[in-house]
Design a binder for this molecule. Structure first.
Ligand SMILES: [Mg+2]
Ligand SMILES: [Zn+2]
Length: 194
């Protein structure tokens, strides 16, 4: 079993832009690809776990989520970075499209996507890291016993200010994936030598 780094998508890897209807509105946060590439070079699995309720809200079909992820992967590939696996939740408890509505086990802070990744990739969740910009990202990480990092990008600063979602106590607060990566490497190698 290996530890992984779980990444939220919007506001963490790509610039928060609400519900994205045009491919060119999906763009990487500067430094994100470099941080992912550095993790790739250390052979640390990098797993995207993202809530994408657009299909449940009737904003676009689920196939559009795939197209957005194809663009994301292409942007990362162009910078020599890759994601080991992508999980997304298209559901919403009170969605308007029946097929995607109702409670599910994958919408963060429900831990379904992380648990699936742990099974699929043989991951040690207790030594893994969950990085995101929302309280629900920190919450899901804590639910599976992972280390948690709240980024101040996206909605992160609003979470810290108490004006978005609810207060949380992440293990680390970082301005960017770049800074998060430095903390991860320190903690990761300490864990290995412990
Ligand atoms: Mg986010
Ligand atoms: Zn779901």
């Amino acid at each position: 079993m290996r530890p992984a780094v779980f990444l939220d998508r919007d506001g963490t890897v790509n610039i928060e832009a609400g519900y994205i209807h045009e491919l060119e509105n999906l763009n990487l946060i500067p430094g994100a690809a470099e941080a992912i590439r550095a993790l790739n070079q250390q052979h640390i699995p990098v797993v995207l776990v993202t809530n994408q309720s657009g299909p449940a809200r009737g904003y676009y079909p689920e196939s559009w989520v795939h197209q957005l992820h194809e663009r994301l992967v292409n942007l990362l590939t162009a910078e020599g970075a890759h994601l080991d696996k992508i999980y997304y939740c298209p559901h919403l408890p009170d969605g308007s499209v029946a097929e995607y509505s109702g409670p599910c086990e994958c919408r963060k802070p429900e831990p379904g996507m992380l648990l699936a990744a742990a099974r699929d990739l043989d991951l040690d969740l207790g030594k893994s890291f969950m990085i995101g910009d929302k309280a629900t990202d920190v919450e899901v990480g804590q639910r599976v016993g992972a280390h948690t990092i709240l980024l101040t990008s996206g909605y992160g600063q609003q979470v810290l200010d108490g004006t978005y979602q609810h207060p949380v106590k992440p293990d680390y607060i970082c301005d960017s994936l770049q800074e998060a990566w430095q903390n991860i490497m320190r903690a990761y190698f300490n864990q290995l030598s412990a």
